[in-house]
Design a protein around this ligand. Structure first.
Ligand code: PRT
Ligand code: ZN
Length: 298
């Protein structure tokens, strides 16, 4: 038992990470008040407390142990360079950190940035990237509205977060290099007690079950027994498909789980193999012990 031990999770108070972070926790069956105007909130049915903070402060709080874990963009986790564990990528708030230049520039490669100045809010990531690529550039650190820097003559280019690309476009810029890809990430304090690690393991187990469910579909179909072998071969299932006889002679019902990525391709093959009455049902949660999580906790 983990009596009175509470895991403290830092979540962005307001911004691009907040909503998806809160929904993910709720999908894990954890009930709490998501009123982020408060500083803290405690769950009613899981030993976890939420701290609502600015995303830039979260790596510090986690490194110092004020929070045990936090959800931030990988870009922030890496930029802050704190001693924290990167526990689990969450698959939302996907974006990239890119170099961009005015669209009229005839860009011929990274050499363009030699002896040029680049405006960014990510000086550490940019410095490493330039070093790895042997480029000598001057880094102008600015905290917001980076995209206006070339237009006002502050820098030749910028290094900033890009998602749809429309901010660059509306500021007359074009993306020329990707420095890193980023998504939301759970970070963790490096000296969590055994009890807190156990709570974190439980939380991640739930998160992975929700994510796996979202990426999978439950499929039911009818098949003539003569084609069963071929159809079963197309459906891996969690272990193997379930096959039950139909009331109609020489027919069976086959149930299985399909991954979203291979879904349409397999459906086509099933149809060609004689499957009929195919039903597809969403899966709320799928309980599987996944390897990356097992590795983190061993
Ligand atoms: O107030 P607080 O400090 O907590 O929040 P913030 O304003 O610093 O961060 P926020 O909420 O903007 O972003 C939080 C995290 O979301 C970032 O650290 C990224 O990991 C991730 N993320 C995903 C993004 C974007 N997409 C994004 N599009 N962060 C910022 N942007 C900005 C970008 O800076 C640029 O101004 O959106 C603009 C570009 O978007 P497009 O779609 O026009 O390309
Ligand atoms: Zn921020």
């Amino acid at each position: 038992m983990t009596n009175n031990i509470i895991l403290r999770l830092a979540i962005q108070r307001k911004g691009r990470l907040s909503e998806d972070s809160l929904s993910l926790i709720k999908e894990c069956g954890i009930n709490f008040s998501s009123d982020t105007s408060k500083l803290k909130s405690e769950a009613r049915n899981f030993p976890i407390e939420f701290l609502f903070l600015r995303d830039d402060d979260i790596p510090d709080y986690v490194a110092d142990g004020v929070a045990d874990i936090g959800i931030v963009g990988e870009n922030v986790a890496i930029e802050k360079g704190k001693n924290i564990d990167h526990v689990k990528k969450l698959g939302f708030s996907k974006c990239r950190l890119s170099l961009a230049v005015p669209k009229e520039i005839n860009y011929g490669g990274l050499g363009f940035f030699n002896n040029a100045s680049i405006a960014t809010s990510y000086p550490n990531i940019l410095r490493n990237y330039l070093k790895e690529n042997n480029i000598q550039a001057e880094i102008h650190e600015i905290s917001g509205s980076v995209e206006i820097a070339p237009g006002i003559g502050l820098a030749a280019g910028i290094c900033d977060i890009v998602s749809s690309g429309s901010t660059l476009l509306s500021n007359g810029l074009k993306e020329v290099e990707t420095v890193m890809h980023s998504e939301a990430l759970i970070i963790g304090n490096q000296s969590l007690s055994t009890e807190k690690k156990e709570l974190l393991r439980k939380l991640i187990f739930r998160i992975e079950s929700v994510q796996k469910g979202k990426n999978s579909k439950y499929i039911l179909l009818n098949a003539p027994n003569g084609r069963l072998e071929e159809i079963v071969r197309l459906l891996p299932g969690m272990r193997s498909p379930t096959v039950v006889p139909l009331a109609k002679k020489d027919w069976s019902s086959v149930h299985s789980v399909l991954n979203e990525d291979e879904f349409w391709e397999v459906i086509e093959k099933l149809r060609a193999a004689g499957a009929e009455g195919i039903l597809v049902v969403p899966i709320e949660k799928m309980i599987v012990w996944l390897l990356p999580m097992a590795l983190y906790f061993t």
